[in-house]
Design a protein around this ligand. Structure first.
Ligand code: HEC
Length: 208
């Protein structure tokens, strides 16, 4: 028994002698029995790096991308965050207005045709999955909407005519969303939103 305690004490002294107390500082790299994730090929925030040509560890956001929840300070100008006037909020004297804003600079027929073509592209990219390519509310996703929540229906856009849904209101619904529909102010620049409004009017005219 005596030898057991003696060897235990010797073992403790030996272990502490080799490894030291917890929290001790050493000039040499520690012995890593289980290295786990101690050493990683990563760069700490705000430090330099020889990996990138500019010598900075941190990267700038990729040009043309918009951080989620970006405020007006960081949003590219063409998304119009925090700006007012008919072009940016769809309102004239406090109410939704009708007509294409002068900022679109539509001077001749080919300007208008260009805007409509752009509107068609953007409508098919962003809106058709729900509202359908013809705007009849029968996009591929609409059926799943009905299954997930019978209360939220994807409506036809062919009845959203200027009398009840002025251009500025359609623009505002694209910008800020409505009920079960999300907002597109971070995805679609102002000019493209107006292009979609124009194309939607063309869809309605050809349907009615
Ligand atoms: C994820 C599916 C979805 C997408 C994508 C979508 N919408 Fe909607 N939209 C809806 C739903 C659902 C409603 C009904 C919202 C409510 O009243 O609760 C709606 C409502 C609307 C309304 C109002 C219609 C009315 O009669 O009041 C307009 C206008 C509209 N959307 C236009 C668009 C345009 C333009 C786009 C493309 C930029 C678009 N939506 C993209 C689902 C979608």
């Amino acid at each position: 028994m005596k030898y057991f305690f003696l060897s235990l004490i010797a073992l403790v002294v030996l272990v502490i002698g080799v490894f030291g107390f917890r929290g001790d500082k050493f000039s040499q790299a520690p012995i890593q029995v289980f290295p786990d994730m101690d050493d990683q090929d990563k760069i700490k925030a705000q430090t330099g790096s020889i990996f990138f040509a500019d010598g900075m560890g941190s990267r700038r956001p990729v040009l043309g991308t918009v951080p989620k929840n970006a405020d007006s300070g960081i949003m590219p100008l063409e998304f119009g965050a925090g700006r007012s006037g008919y072009y940016f909020d769809g309102k004239q004297d406090g109410a939704f207005g009708n007509g294409m804003p002068k900022e679109l600079a539509l001077e001749n027929e080919s300007d208008s045709i260009g805007l409509l073509a752009r509107g068609k592209d953007m409508f098919n990219v962003h809106c058709a999955i729900c509202h359908g390519e013809s705007g009849n509310g029968k996009g591929v996703v609409a059926a799943y909407f009905a299954k997930a929540d019978p209360i939220i229906m994807v409506p036809t856009l062919l009845t959203a005519l200027p009398a009840t849904h002025p251009d500025g209101m359609i623009y505002d619904i694209i910008t800020n969303g409505k009920g079960g529909m999300g907002a597109y102010k971070h995805n679609i620049p102002v000019r493209d939103r107006w292009a979609i409004v124009a194309y939607l009017r063309a869809l309605q005219a050809s349907a009615n």
